[in-house]
Design a protein around this ligand. Structure first.
Ligand SMILES: [Zn+2]
Length: 430
């Protein structure tokens, strides 16, 4: 155990950034701003800043700031990482977390700044993740599942899971360019299936139509998309296009000729307002489209892509893994934990997220919980207290709090911060 641990439970972290090409440019990216403030790293105005990672994942580890040292990772030295700190001080995770996940932080916390759509993707369940990792360890680097939740900071758009059966039927009736790419038998099965036919039958029919669509040749896809553009252009002269049609045209501009443009018709188009959250279980298709959010997930980076991407795709795996559940996703609005704290509790053991918005001079308490937490300050200034430590905090600060630590926060200007922790329903079950 580190000698400082008992007297100073809160650890300041410097965190990693990912410059994926769908990120927002440095001048206009919350990720870039937080990264610059957090680590003093230089922000290039024209470079894309997509994701800010807080946690122990090897693709973007966080480092413990030691007093007197700017940064623990100057030479890529792993010894200053949060992961190695946890290995030396495993009880910071709490008994229940250690028992269930071993010496690992079970969640990965992120901020995303999305300028253009991420690929249409799904994340495997634990069993499939283990099989894929064994088969292709350099592609599927983790053997873990990756349920995730996006909590909107700005208005945030996403595509996720399949629309209702009625909606799918209406797509097959009204989007001839999709029918062009699937065989007539499959299209007619969709039109004739009904609620009484049972989930297995839906799944079979949806799997068959979706796989045919996603595996259409490049040439046929390009032709169908071109037909779609001509048709919508003509129809826009006599009626206003639906939101979905407008979205599809937007996607086409960003990913011309990509099958993901057409498959968007099958997915729910979700627009989150700030403070609303969307969660995604294993094997649910989704694509984030634009906006900024905090995101939390089980610690994993396994992605199976099928469209809207220049990256490698694994369409067969994606089509065969999906649940093909139909209908609108649940949108979480959070519930008040105390006057200034809103909690978002997805149905996954690994994580929950709290949002705390404090007016100047106000205080809030995060009660001690039996798992670790990571705090991120996104707006303003204040102080964070434990029984033995007072830290001034400001925008861009990230702090790790061990299990069983009560934290009080006081705002010296309007203060906004987020906390990620292990799901409290999981921690409370005996
Ligand atoms: Zn995802």
């Amino acid at each position: 155990m580190d000698s400082n641990f008992n007297s100073k439970p809160l650890l300041r972290l410097t965190c990693s950034v990912q410059n994926y090409d769908w990120g927002r440019p440095g001048r206009d990216s919350l990720v870039a701003r937080l990264y610059g403030l957090n680590s003093g790293g230089e922000v290039e105005l024209d470079r894309c800043y997509a994701e800010f990672w807080m946690g122990t994942h090897k693709s973007g580890p966080s480092f413990v700031v030691k007093s007197g040292l700017e940064n623990g990772n100057e030479n890529g030295d792993e010894s200053g990482s949060l992961k190695s700190w946890i290995l030396k001080n495993p009880n910071v995770l709490g008994d229940k977390v250690l028992l269930n996940w071993g010496c690992h932080l079970p969640f990965l916390f992120k901020v995303l700044s999305v300028a253009k759509p991420l690929s249409i993707q799904a994340h495997p369940d634990k069993e499939l993740a283990q099989a894929l990792h064994k088969l292709m360890p350099h592609v599927y680097k983790d053997d873990n599942h990756k349920p995730e939740m996006a909590l909107a900071i700005t208005e945030f758009e996403a595509l996720c899971s399949f629309i209702s059966l009625q909606g799918i039927k209406s797509v097959v009736q009204n989007v001839p360019e999709i029918v062009e790419l699937v065989d007539r038998g499959a299209a007619s099965q969709v039109l004739h299936i009904n609620e009484q036919d049972g989930e297995e039958n839906f799944k079979y029919v949806m799997h068959s139509v979706f796989t045919q669509l996603m595996t259409a040749t490049k040439e046929r896809t390009a032709k169908a998309i071109s037909n779609l553009k001509i048709r919508l252009h003509e129809e826009s002269k006599v009626r206003s296009l639906t939101e979905k049609e407008q979205l599809v045209l937007r996607l086409e501009k960003q990913y011309p000729g990509d099958i993901g443009v057409l498959s968007a018709f099958f997915f729910n188009y979700v627009k989150l307002k700030p403070g609303e959250a969307l969660y995604l279980g294993a094997n649910e298709p989704h694509a984030y489209i634009s906006g900024e959010c905090v995101e939390c997930m089980a610690s994993s980076d396994n992605v199976i892509r099928a469209g809207l991407t220049p990256k490698d795709r694994d369409i067969q795996v994606l089509c065969s893994m999906l649940t093909y559940k139909l209908g609108s996703p649940e949108i979480l609005k959070g519930f008040p934990l105390s006057p200034y704290i809103t909690r978002y509790l997805p149905p996954f053991d690994e994580f929950e997220v709290d949002c705390c918005i404090l007016p100047r001079g106000a205080s809030a308490i995060f009660p001690a919980v039996s798992g670790p937490s990571i705090f991120l300050v996104t707006i303003g200034k204040g102080t964070m207290h434990t029984t033995s430590q007072i830290d001034a905090v400001t925008e861009g600060n990230v702090l790790f709090a061990p299990a069983n630590t009560q934290i009080s926060i006081t705002a010296s200007s309007e203060l906004q911060l987020y906390r990620a922790g292990v799901n409290s329903r999981f921690l409370q079950t005996v």
